[in-house]
Design a protein around this ligand. Structure first.
Ligand code: UD1
Length: 416
């Protein structure tokens, strides 16, 4: 399958935002911490969501997923081994490690391989779990963790990693005694997991920049609606800006989008906030800006590729540095095939804005890079073809339908 996009239409209207994929994935992993039902609302129909469901089914849960609600029930057996196929398909499957270890005293999970946004190690996850008492060894290409009851510890993350913070929060919730996670990630999706864990009976407090977890003997079931997807919302808002249209993302938390809307305003776009909606109106060529990604509340690395697509059309030179994932610039070669003038060195893109982009045949290397290519194609002269939809479908539900609703000319076609 591929997408055909005829660029040049101004996108206008309202798009309803799904629940956050990156909140659903840890929530499903957290269901392994209890033998009672866990119900997750607002789960978007995405490939990554189906993958995490397959992972927890394989580990011993019975799952139904309908109308955005995932209901997770125990089957009576919890198995300690996740299969390679799932972790290879989606790195976030690695999040089952902490819960399995805490519940079973043993977990065998394949190591996530390298991926298109550069090396993504899991050393902080393993160091943290070791601090809680796990013994760690590598067995072919999986990690094998064993432990008696985990015990609370003080652990300082070398970097506020999202995945490592989530992993440690889940494991520490069932440890004996208190765990202090220093330098934790404070992304909205992490705090959403904290909310779910608290509903399950976990005792977690934020304390002077630390997360303090008082371990409990058992957790119970809970029901939870995840936060809106700020990355999906951000992508559609940039679509408004790049096409010179006016797009409203509805059902969002504007505070989660503050870093993006501040940058969009600096490029000259108009931003309106009202309750649970954010509207972005483009107009004329964007002004160039200098931007650096950072952990929340900084500019999110996931919106770096869509932002670079926008700045490729700016009136002047911009720079975008991505210290979070310095190698997340693979898609730049594709943008250059559309006429963009960008060079990348040392984790930084130097973008010389051009007056227009032209359609081209493109391949989407990862989720957000794919979004950048779609945005560029929407603004370009002529037709673009985008292959690699498997990646886009991991993160964007009903992409063509939503874009068509805003006035885009976009079709999904079978490969011939
Ligand atoms: C999560 C998000 C992803 C987002 C990223 C950063 C999910 C499913 N994915 O990914 O969309 O782009 O946060 O906001 O929520 N690092 C290490 N060792 C580790 C762990 C991380 O060196 O053990 C490094 C990474 O290589 C990277 C940085 O820390 O340079 C941030 O990674 P991290 O926050 O862990 O990202 P993920 O949780 O994988």
């Amino acid at each position: 399958m591929h997408l055909l996009i005829e660029g040049g239409n101004k996108l206008s209207g309202l798009v309803t935002i799904e629940g956050a994929k990156n909140a659903v994935l840890p929530a499903c992993a957290a269901s392994l911490l209890t033998d009672e039902p866990v119900v997750i609302h607002r789960a978007p129909p995405l490939r990554d969501v189906r993958t995490i469901i397959a992972v927890i089914e394989e580990l011993g849960k019975e799952v139904t997923y309908a109308d955005g609600t995932i209901s997770i029930l125990p089957t009576g057996t919890l198995r300690p081994r996740a299969s390679k196929e799932h972790v290879e398909r989606m790195r976030a499957s690695f999040l089952v490690l902490g819960p399995l270890l805490a519940r079973l005293g043993r977990a065998v999970v394949p190591l996530p391989g390298g991926c298109t946004i550069g090396p993504r190690p899991v050393d902080y996850h393993l160091q943290g779990l070791r601090a809680l008492g796990a013994r760690v060894r590598e067995d072919e290409d999986a990690v094998v963790l064993t432990a008696g009851r985990l015990r609370g510890a003080r652990f300082r993350l070398p970097y506020p990693s999202v995945g490592a913070t989530e992993q440690l929060l889940m494991a520490a919730s069932l440890a004996k005694g208190e765990t202090f996670i220093e330098n934790p990630s404070r992304e909205p999706e992490v705090l959403d997991l904290v909310e779910l864990l608290r509903k399950m009976g976990a005792r977690i407090e934020e304390d002077e920049g630390m997360l303090a977890v008082e371990g409990v003997d058992g957790l119970h079931g809970a029901e939870h609606a995840v936060i809106p997807d700020r990355l999906e919302a951000g992508t559609y808002l940039i679509a408004g800006a790049i096409t010179g249209g006016r797009v409203t993302a509805a059902g969002v938390r504007p505070a989660h989008l503050a870093a993006l809307t501040a940058v969009l305003e600096r490029t000259g776009a108009r931003v309106e906030l009202s309750g649970e909606a954010v509207t972005v109106e483009g107009g004329g060529r964007p002004r160039p800006v200098e931007v650096e990604t950072a952990p929340f509340p900084g500019f999110p690395t996931d919106l770096q590729p869509p932002l670079v697509a926008l700045l490729s059309l700016a009136e002047g030179g911009s720079t975008v540095r991505d210290p979070v994932f310095p190698r997340r610039f693979g898609y730049v070669e594709e943008l250059k095939r559309m006429g963009a003038r960008i060079s990348v060195s040392a984790g930084m893109a130097h973008i010389t804005g051009v007056g227009d982009l032209h359609g081209a045949a493109l391949t989407s290397p990862d989720i957000r890079a794919g979004a950048a290519l779609v945005l560029a194609a929407l603004a370009a002269r002529g037709e673009s073809r985008i292959d690699g939809l498997g990646q886009l479908d991991r993160g964007y539900a009903a992409l063509e339908g939503k874009l068509k609703g805003l006035g885009a000319e976009i079709e999904r076609r079978e490969d011939t």
